[in-house]
Write a protein that binds this ligand. Sequence first.
Ligand SMILES: Nc1nc2c(c(=O)[nH]1)N[C@H]1C(S)=C(S)[C@@H](COP(=O)(O)O)O[C@H]1N2
Ligand SMILES: [Mo]
Length: 317
Amino acid sequence: MAAYRYPQPRASEITPRSYFLSRRAVMAGVVGTTLALAGSEQVAQAATGTAQNASGWPAPEKPTPQNDVTHYNNFYEFGTDKGDPAELSGAFKPLPWSVQIDGLVDNPRTWALEDLLKQFGQEERLYRMRCVEAWSMVIPWNGFSLAALLKAAAPKMGARYVAFTSVLRPSEMPGQRRGLFALKWPYVEGLRLDEAMHPLTLLATGVYGETLPTQNGAPIRLVVPWKYGFKGIKSITRITVTDRQPPTSWNLMAPEEYGFYANVNPAVDHPRWSQASEQIIGEGSLFRTARKPTQLFNGYAEQVADLYQGMDLRKDF
Ligand SMILES: Nc1nc2c(c(=O)[nH]1)N[C@H]1C(S)=C(S)[C@@H](COP(=O)(O)O)O[C@H]1N2
Ligand SMILES: [Mo]
C-alpha cells in the first residue's frame, strides 16, 4: 500500500445496504449536475431515467475480496504478471500529484490532487468490472464523476472526445524500462465526450474505503464499468478534450483485437477467445473456477445502451 493518506469514507460505511442508499442519493445528485450541462441531453436523459427508477440500477452484488482486488492486477508499467503491480510498485511515488486538463475547454487548469478531492469529494460506487481477458470482479470504488471535472473545465463547441494520459516514470516503473512487446509508453486511452460525461463514468481515488493502492492506479484512475477494464487508465496525469478520436494503447498494439469502444459484449468474441462468459475472481477453488455468463454492456445496458443507438457493435467493437 502507498505510504500516503487523504480523507476517505470510513470502511464501516461500506455495506451492500449503504451502497444501495448512497447510490440512489448519488444518482439523484447527478441529475442536478448533468441537467445543468448545455448540449448534453443524452446524459440528462440517462441520469433522469436512472434516478426515477432505482430498481433499474444493477442490484448490489458481493464485492470481490479486498485482497484479490489489490493483488490480482493489470498494470503493465510494473510488469505483466497479475502479482507484479503489488510486488514491484514500491518505488512509485503517487504524491505530490497533479492532473492537467486542457485542449478544447474554456477553463484549462492543472489541478493539485488535494484540490480535486476538496472540490469534487468522494462517493462510494460498487461496480461490476470486466477484463477483456474474460474475468470479472465487483469493486467498491471511491471517487467522483468525471462529468463534474469536465463541467468545471467547460468543453468548447466542437469538443467530441476526451484523451487520457498515464504517468511516464521509467525510474519508478520497471515495466517502462523493458521493451515490453509492443505496448508504448505512456499508456493512453480515450472516450467519446458523451461517454465521458455519463454519470457512471468515475475518476476513482480510493477502493474499499481506503486510499487507492499504487497497483490499482494511485492516486487517480478512470473507471468505466460497461467497458473492458483496459479503458480504465491508471495514474492519470493529463486529460485533454479534443475534436478527434484519440489513440489508445491496446488499439495501437493490436487494432483487430482491441477496439476503441471496448464495450463489454458477449456476442462479439475476442479473435483468440470467447467473451460469452467470465471467471469470477475470488470465487471457486484451485480445482474448479467459478464462471458466469457475460452481460451486454457488463449489465449496464439500461443506463448506457442509448449512447450507441444506430451503431453496429460488431464493427465498432
Ligand atoms: N496505465 C495503465 N492503466 C491500466 C492498465 C495498464 O497496464 N496501465 N491495465 C488496464 C487493464 S487491462 C485492466 S483490467 C485494469 C485493471 O485494474 P485493476 O488492477 O485495478 O483491477 O486497469 C487498466 N488500466
Ligand atoms: Mo484488462
